[in-house]
Design a protein. Structure first.
Length: 224
């Protein structure tokens, strides 16, 4: 076994172990740290595949920015995860239906994009007739392949990230009790607001100023 093969299997084993720990760890901070380890292992594999841009982007963007922000949110907001898990079984059917629909749509797009031989043949003919784009580095080649051959999977990945962002926002929208102030805004109340509710006229009884009595000097008070 060559040394490069050994390094690849080592990074792959660490990546699989870290991925399993991310989904099985009960502490969210530990799960985030294992996810950082998984990112580092994946970047090592990409470096071996001569994809330096992806490896550096993974470390700088996800490890250096996204995971730090995630750890900051988890450790500073004091989220009650036990309370969040209470409604898991209640919303499980709805989440399962949405997940199945996403899988079916992704499968249909992939089968339609890569399973149609006539479309693939037409695409190959058009590509052969056009002048090829000369890329001098892997970043240019990555952009060319990403926005031509894998345009639909790229859009699907953006859709998955959008769903994840909406889920993260919905998890943080909870009613606070105790000394905390609930700053949530209800769109229904904003739409149903009237101008009469925004400004209230209050009638107050006019007050008369009472003239102040002159204060006598200290010497005159003693003479009196």
């Amino acid at each position: 076994m060559e040394f490069s093969t050994f390094v690849f299997y080592f990074f792959a084993a660490v990546l699989i172990f870290a991925g399993l720990m991310v989904i099985t760890a009960r502490n969210p901070v530990h799960a985030a740290l294992f996810l950082v380890l998984a990112f580092f292992s994946a970047s090592g594999i990409w470096m071996m595949l001569s994809a330096e841009f992806l490896a550096i982007a993974l470390v700088m963007v996800y490890v250096g920015a996204v995971m730090v922000l995630f750890l900051f949110v988890v450790m500073m907001l004091d989220i009650d995860f036990a309370r969040l898990r209470e409604g898991f079984w209640k919303y499980l059917p709805v989440g399962a239906i949405i997940g199945v629909l996403l899988v079916v749509e992704i499968s249909l797009v992939l089968v339609g994009a890569f399973g149609d031989k006539e479309m693939l043949a037409a695409t190959a003919t058009i590509t052969s007739q056009t002048e090829p784009i000369l890329c001098k580095n892997n970043t240019c080649e990555l952009g060319r392949v990403l926005y031509t051959d894998y345009a639909y999977p790229f859009e699907l990945a953006a859709l998955v990230l959008l769903v994840a962002m909406i889920a993260a926002v919905s998890l943080t929208l909870r009613r606070r009790t105790g000394p905390y102030v609930d700053k949530r805004i209800s769109p229904e109340e904003q739409v149903a607001a009237r101008h009469e509710d925004r400004m209230v006229l209050v009638k107050m009884v006019s007050e008369k100023e009472v003239p102040e009595e002159p204060v006598a000097p200290t010497g005159e008070r003693g003479a009196q």
